[in-house]
Design a protein around this ligand. Sequence first.
Ligand SMILES: Cc1ncc(COP(=O)(O)O)c(C=O)c1O
Length: 500
Amino acid sequence: MASCLISRHFALSLHRNVRLSAPACRYVSKAAPKTQQDYDYNGPSMKTTVPGPRSQELTKQLGEIQNVGAINFFCNYEESRGNFLVDVDGNRMLDVYTQISSIPIGYNHPALLKLMSNPNNLSTLVNRPALGILPPENFPDKITESLLSVAPSGMSRVQTMACGSCSNENAYKAMFIWYRNKERGNAAPVDDDLTSCMINKSPGCPDLSILSFMGGFHGRTLGCLATTHSKAIHKLDIPSFDWPIAPFPRLQYPLEEFTRENAQEEARCLEEVEDLIVKWRQKGRPVAGIVIEPIQAEGGDNHASPDFFRNLRNIARKHGAAFHVDEVQTGGGATGKFWAHEHWGMDDPADIVSFSKKLLTGGYYHKDELQADKPYRIFNTWMGDPSKNLLLAEVLNVIRRENLLEEVTRSGKSLMNGLYELQAQYPGILSRARGQGTFCAIDICDDATRNSLLLKARDKGVLLGGCGDKSIRFRPALIFKEYHVHMFLNIFNDVLAQHK
Ligand SMILES: Cc1ncc(COP(=O)(O)O)c(C=O)c1O
C-alpha cells in the first residue's frame, strides 16, 4: 500500500492547490502525454445511447433462446482495439472493466494477432485435445514457457482447467484428497472407504470442510458456491454444505489513516477463524482447507493487510489445513505485481493458488504434496486448452517487453490520486477510494446512484463495473496508461457534475 500512501499525499496537496487557485472550478484531470501503441484509438466515440438499436434487436433475438437479463450490449470484436471496446451500433468505449477483468493486454493486440496468423499454430487452434490423456508434443514446453514461468513462490506444479470455478472446484478436491491421505498415513483406502463413497456416505465421503469468508466469491459451481458469500442471487435455492464462514475484515480507508482500528478489526477476524476451526473439528467436520481472495473482488473490493494474510497462513499451517489463495481475479498483474499475494512478502505464501481470467486459461498451482496420488481423481475431458497456453506465453512476453507491471503501478497511482480528488470534491456521492495498482474501487452513496452513474458513464463512453452493495470497481487492461486514466477521470468528473 506504499503506492497509495504516496499517491494520497500527492492527491491531497494537489487538491489543496487546485482549491486555492480556483475555488469554484470543476476538477479537470491533467492530460498526460499519449505514449500509447498505434493500435489503440484516441478516445471514445458515441453514436447512440447504449444499448443502441442493433444491440436491442440482437438481445430480442437471443432472448428467444436464452435468458438475456445480464446482457449489456452486443460487441464488434473485429473493430475493438487496445483499451477500446466497440459495440454493434458503432459506439467506441474506453473499457475500464475489460470483460470482468479478463483482458490482459487489450483488444486485438498485434502480437496476439500475429501469433494466431502463424500457420504453425493452426493445428493447436483447430484440434482441441483431451489433455489428461492425449497431450500434444509441445505441451510440456509450452506450459513451462507460459504458466511455469510465472509460478508463485514455492510452486513448481500446475494443473490447467477451463474456468475459474472449475479451477477452484478441483483445487478443493485436491485439498480433501491430501487431507484424507494424511489421515490414513498415506495407506491405501480400505473396502469400507470404497463402498461407502458410492452412496455418498462416510468414511469414503468424509465430513470435511473448507473455511471461507463472508463477502468472498469463489465461483458458482456446487462446491465453490458453498464458499461464495457475496450475493444471495448466486446462492438461492442451491443446497449447500455446513462449512464454517469467518468474517472478512471490514477496514476503514485510507488504510494508513486507520492503522490501529484496522489492526483491531483484523485481530478480531483472525480470532474468529481459529474459533471456527476448533468448533468444526469438535462437530466432526474438520477444516481441510482455508480459501481466500487477496482482495475480495465481487464482494465489494475489500482489502486486508499483508499482516492479516501472514497470520492467516500461519493459522492454516498450525491446524493442518491447506491454504488456498484464489487469484482468479487478482492474478495477472493488475495490482502491480503478477500475483497479488506477492505484496505479502512471504517465501511460502500458499499451498494452492488458483487463477483464470487474465491468465486466459484456468488452473491452479500447488505444492508437490497436493498432487493427487492417482490418475482420474482430478480430471475432466479437456483439462484446459493448449491454444490458451500459446496465447498466454505471448501475453507474458508483451508484459515483460513493455514493462507493463511498472505501467500498472504508475497508472494505479494516477488513478488513486484522481479518485481521492473526486472523493474530496463530491463527498456526498463518493467515499472509501481504495486500490492496489489499477485494481481500484470507490463507494457510491447508495445502490441506485451507483447503478445510475454506471449507465451515465457508459453513455459518455466509459465502461465500468459494480461490485458489492454500492461500489464501482476499476479493472482496466495492463496497457491502461496514465493517458487513459486522465481520459477516464475527466469523463467521470463530468458524469458526477451532471448527476442530479
Ligand atoms: C475470485 C474469483 N474466484 C472465482 C471466480 C469464478 O470464475 P469463473 O467465473 O471463471 O467461473 C471469479 C469470477 O469472477 C472470481 O472473481
